[in-house]
Ligand binder design. Structure first.
Ligand SMILES: *Cc1c(COP(=O)(O)O)cnc(C)c1O
Length: 497
């Protein structure tokens, strides 16, 4: 998969040149006192909200700007010169059949190489929508990209008009992304799928009154602090409410924070651990948050040991974006911290094939070699991945390049400020129809909707039943033919329905 001979060398360089983001991730929880529990809604308060600026739209308002993928163009192979630390504009998106990337800074960019001559492998899709000419592009930044707080937006190569709008939106929700993830953005393209996931946009200030603060009812099913128990045999446990990246499409926006109440302490988790110990029906503990991998290895090990001491728990699941946005964090120390009595399942969150890089490939390999089960959840996002070819490429490459099985494709939740990301369910079903049969079953996730109010996930597959009468069925095939089928069984057919 990694076609360039320099790949190994540059990977070593990545490991050697310890990312300060990774160090920050290691440090972030170290020994800070916990000043108290989150409020009963387990919402420590994400800081200033922009409700004063909120625009209210009425149902059916179609005036929101769509960001459907625009025309695409095939990019030529990239050849970046060694040591060139400028942000390569069009370079980061090139994924031609033979990707050539020279050693150095730029070699850390996307490296999915399409098998030579594979017809469907979408140079342009992996490359994403491409609009605007290089001449219209803002100048390349001179300093290192950094996005730890809203003020850092000033240092990014955004157009001035964008910057003003984005800054306003930034006030409504945390802003943060690791440098290497920012490096994947093509700044010339306002609709870059990675940019849309991390750079605040004024569209976030559009609040539909039907949207919710707790869109999937996590708080309603929270018997003790930092735990959600909705399904009988598994619980969500929130060791921290901090993340390495604040996704613009986050469905838990309102409960995430960068303040102290959001940090990990084992004391804050004692009630949740006691609850798990008292409920023998719980077999699976799902660490989510926040991002559990932002915790230092010692913290994770402490938590893992506490959970595995509860005899009826069988599996430890971690829902994390860190293998995508900060893959260098996935190191042997992390593996050692998680390995123990329990089966371990790591659920990543890739939304676009452009997020698959040498470093993410290496991180996935480390986790696979540890013997962990690897799954991925994707959120269906308008203007990021609501495109059949983009999803096919993503789901294929998750399996073929990373060995990660696509698990869920989530319909975008009813969280406040996400209307610009939300597709219709019909569109989601259409996309699923375009996937099934066309890509390996190994690559096919379940399309699910999380019901508002906490009633759980609803699988939303398109139906392949065209008609039925008793034991006589008519099915639709994946390639849109219809075929009759008679059940060969004894007994009376069920009444028609
Ligand atoms: C999604 C979710 C789970 C996990 O569900 P799976 O279908 O097992 O992945 C567990 N608890 C809650 C509250 C959830 O929202």
């Amino acid at each position: 998969m990694l076609t360039h001979p320099d790949a190994a060398a540059s990977l070593r360089a990545i490991v050697a040149d310890r990312d300060d983001d990774a160090e920050a991730a290691q440090r972030s929880d170290s020994g800070r006192p916990d000043p108290g529990e989150p409020t009963p809604s387990r919402c420590p308060g994400p800081g200033p909200r922009a409700s004063g600026h909120a625009v209210t739209v009425t149902p059916g308002d179609s005036s929101l700007p769509l960001a459907a993928p625009g025309p695409t163009t095939a990019s030529p192979a990239v050849t970046a010169s060694p040591g060139d630390s400028r942000l390569p504009l069009a370079a980061s998106r090139a994924t031609t059949p033979s990707l050539a990337v020279a050693a150095g800074e730029s070699s850390r960019l996307a490296v999915i190489a399409a098998p030579p001559g594979e017809p469907g492998l979408p140079t342009a899709v992996a490359a994403g929508p491409s609009v605007g000419s290089p001449a219209a592009a803002p100048p390349a930044p001179r300093k290192r990209l950094e996005l730890r707080r809203a003020a850092d937006l000033a240092g990014l190569p955004l157009a001035p008009a964008d910057r003003a709008r984005d800054a306003e939106a930034a006030a409504s929700f945390n802003v943060k992304a690791p440098r290497r993830y920012l490096e994947l953005i093509d700044w010339a393209d306002e609709r870059d799928p990675i940019r849309r996931q991390v750079i605040p946009s004024a569209e976030e200030l559009v609040h539909d009154p039907r949207e919710r603060e707790d869109p999937i009812g996590d708080a309603a099913h929270s018997p003790v602090a930092r735990l959600t128990h909705r399904y009988p045999d598994r619980v969500l446990l929130y060791p921290t409410y901090q993340c390495a990246v604040y996704c613009r499409h986050c469905f838990r926006k309102e409960s995430l924070a960068d303040d102290d109440a959001a940090t990990y302490t084992i004391d804050a988790l004692e009630p949740a651990l006691a609850y798990i110990a008292e409920h023998p029906e719980i077999r699976e503990v799902i660490l989510t948050g926040g991002d559990p991998l932002i915790l230092a290895n010692e913290r994770l090990e402490e938590l893992r040991r506490r959970i595995e001491a509860i005899g009826h728990v069988r599996l430890l699941r971690l829902h994390t974006r860190i293998p995508v946005v900060l893959p260098e964090r996935v190191n042997p120390g992390l593996v050692a911290a998680l390995k123990g009595r329990l089966m371990v399942c790591v659920v990543t969150h890739f939304n676009h094939a452009r997020e698959i890089t040498e470093a993410t490939v290496a991180a996935a390999r480390t986790l696979r070699e540890a013997g962990f089960m690897l799954l991925n959840q994707t959120v269906l996002l308008k203007g990021v991945n609501d495109d059949a070819e983009a999803l096919r490429t993503l789901f294929r490459e998750l399996v073929y390049a990373l060995g990660i099985r696509p698990y869920y494709l989530h319909h975008c939740d009813s969280t406040r400020g996400l209307s610009h990301f939300r597709t219709t369910i019909d569109r989601g079903l259409e996309l699923m129809t375009a996937l099934r049969g066309h890509i390996s079953g190994l690559c096919l996730p379940h399309y699910v909707l999380d019901l508002p109010g906490g009633d759980g996930k609803i699988p939303l597959g398109p139906s392949y039943v065209a008609a039925r009468s008793g034991f006589e069925w008519t099915f639709k095939t994946y390639d849109a033919r219809t075929r009759d089928y008679s059940e060969i069984v004894t007994g009376n057919p069920p009444r028609d329905r």
